[in-house]
Design a protein around this ligand. Sequence first.
Ligand SMILES: [Zn+2]
Length: 271
Amino acid sequence: MKTLLNLAGVACISALVFTACKKNVAETVVQEEVSSAVLSKIQNLGFSTQGVHKVANGYLVEGDITLTDENLNVPSSSPNLIIASEEQYRTTNLVTRLPRTITVSVTNLPTVYSDATNNAINRYNNQHLGITFQRVSSGGNIDIIGFNQGPSGGYITLGSSGFPTASGDPYNQIQMNTNAQAYGTNPDPLYMASVIQHEMGHCIGFRHTDYMNRAYSCGGRHQNEGSAGVGAILIPGTPSKPDANSFMLACSNGTNRTFNANDLIALNYLY
Ligand SMILES: [Zn+2]
């Protein structure tokens, strides 16, 4: 079984169906519950208005990113933007007051989610960055919770998160799908860890590596996720060519994808 995730993801039964799923990327537009005023704010922030969903604490955009009311209403202080090919980008806001320990808790989720979280934490901590993640039993700076949502339009969301606050704190929540069709009935903890690793990347300020054309990893029609607002700032030293295995590609290839060489350059540059 090949799984594509949209970090919103796509579960397909075979390579053939996989191709069919790719063609559906641009069709998963659910906008009716989002007002035109909100869509206008999202667009002004530089995000795609395709497939915007209302969620409890804001709006889900570009598959797995939550824009909160703060995100929507705080004016952009984004510096000049460098728009290039598939490279490493970050948001304007980063986690500040380094070195710093960020605690992570997992609330009401099966053991495999807990194990995957520990694995994702270790992947970051093994890089000896200015931020260190620490597992706690409850009330973490980032709390990982579950939601249960089946596929829609051929896609299934695997997880979601958001961006750092203007005051320099990480986004405080990661949501992971507990639906059996997201990770299967016997989830691979390493694959799940790669999804949590990706969502943690958003929490500390990483945008999608292919934000300018999510079709690069997701297939389907060219879709630029936009650049202003939260910012899309090129990280020096990362290549100006497609980076096929970046942990921050918008869509998963269904495998355990961790930091590649350019991801590590970006991580060390920022933290
Ligand atoms: Zn993402």
